[in-house]
Design a binder for this molecule. Structure first.
Ligand SMILES: O=C(NO)[C@@H](O)[C@H](O)[C@@H](O)C(=O)[O-]
Ligand SMILES: [Mg+2]
Length: 382
């Protein structure tokens, strides 16, 4: 079996998710967005798929890197192919990103699973087939009735608990919101949520990512009074020293790094320097399912949890293949948006959740995506 072709299909779909000037998503007017479907095809007709933002898998990436490394290769040599791609990164002028590599590596896993008629999480290890989810809110906004006040966070939290969530993570207000960043407002939102849901629901805060040490310490101490479960990305994650200081200054678990590059290498340094209590990695952020598994193994070796960043099929398959991850990040959620409704290019969502807050992983072969190929064909741009 050899990889014969790598194709990207760009198509449109309607969405009510819009991005602000800082890249954070919020509800907005319905608009037409673009998505890319990357397809790997072997010489005997087997295929693997992965979704990506079109710019991440633009022609330069496909032609200058993916095709050079993968065409003619056995898709089951996934680790060698991943290592070969990673070695191209240094000379790529920062064009070959971890995100891009994660897409083609995800498609390799999907191809393997579809060929073997097995879900990828079984190939990765197979630890569980359902996992508790935390509701991960969108970042705060200035939309009346949305997430514009501490009280609205509290009201939304009540609805999430009624839906079945046993844990909630707040993303609070960030610029361009007019009054952000505001440590005091962050604490008020956290207090309003704790008041609304009571003492037994696990709560986490993922706020402004560039607070000073002083602000982060103030917020962390307030979260301790509110019995929050973890404190996420309050400062620039490129300052490992700041996180070592914060982790030693607080009792609440500090989790990270999420957005820091460096795959499992940077995360090994964070463990060595005591810069976090809980490790964090996501498939898109560290270059694929395999490197995410390596981060989880690193954490396990040090008696640490590794909470997986983000929703979606690749992350969910990893979550169901490892022991040292307590939650699946289900989101991002907002009062104005119905998360349960699949995108037009999917027949069903990858992460259905029962009334007890458990996400049940579909047992379809591969990554498990329920792709609406007809929609993609009918709405193809290129
Ligand atoms: O921090 C995250 N998850 O924990 C990310 O998912 C963020 O919400 C990211 O999208 C953002 O900051 O908008
Ligand atoms: Mg985060």
């Amino acid at each position: 079996m050899k990889i014969e072709s790598i194709d990207v299909t760009v198509f449109t779909y309607p969405t009510r998710r819009v991005s602000d000037s800082a890249g954070h998503s919020h509800p907005g007017e319905e608009n037409q967005a673009k998505m890319a479907l990357l397809t790997l095809t072997t010489d005997d007709g087997h295929q693997g798929y992965a979704f990506a933002p079109p710019e991440v898998v633009r022609p330069h990436i496909i032609n200058a890197f993916f095709r050079k490394v993968l065409i003619g290769q056995n898709p089951f040599d996934r680790e060698r192919l991943w290592q070969d791609l990673v070695h191209w990164q240094r000379g790529s002028a920062n064009q070959l990103t971890d995100r891009a590599i994660s897409i083609v590596e995800s498609a390799l896993w999907d191809l393997q699973g579809r060929f073997l008629n097995m879900p990828v999480h079984k190939l990765l290890g197979g630890f569980r087939e359902k996992v508790p989810a935390y509701g991960s809110t969108m970042c705060g906004d200035e939309l009346k009735g949305g997430l514009s006040t501490p009280e609205e966070y509290g009201q939304f939290a009540e609805k999430l608990v009624a839906r079945g969530y046993k844990a909630i993570k707040l993303h609070t207000w960030m610029p361009p919101v007019s009054f952000a960043p505001s440590p005091q407002m962050d604490v008020k939102a956290c207090a309003a949520v704790r008041e609304a849901v009571g003492p037994d629901v696990c709560l986490m805060l993922d706020g402004y990512h560039w607070y000073s040490r002083s602000d982060a310490l103030y917020i962390g101490r307030e979260l301790q009074k509110l019995n929050f479960t973890w404190f996420e990305e309050p400062m620039e994650e490129q300052s490992m020293a700041s996180y070592s200081w914060l982790t030693k200054s607080l009792d609440i678990d500090v989790i990270g790094p999420e957005s820091l590059s460096g795959k499992y290498f940077s995360r090994a340094d964070w463990v060595k320097e005591g810069a976090c209590d809980i490790l964090r990695a996501g498939v898109q952020g560290v270059g694929g399912l395999s490197p995410t598994m390596k981060v989880a193994a690193l954490a396990e070796a040090f008696g640490m949890d590794c909470e997986i960043h983000g929703n979606g099929a690749p992350n969910l398959n990893v979550v169901c293949a490892i022991k040292n991850c307590r939650w699946y990040e289900r989101g991002l959620l907002h009062p104005f948006l119905n998360y349960e409704e699949p995108a037009a290019y999917l027949n069903s969502i990858i992460d259905p959740m029962d009334d007890d807050g458990f996400v049940h992983l579909p047992q379809r072969p591969g990554l498990g995506e329920d792709i609406n190929f007809d929609w993609i064909e009918e709405h193809t741009l290129s």
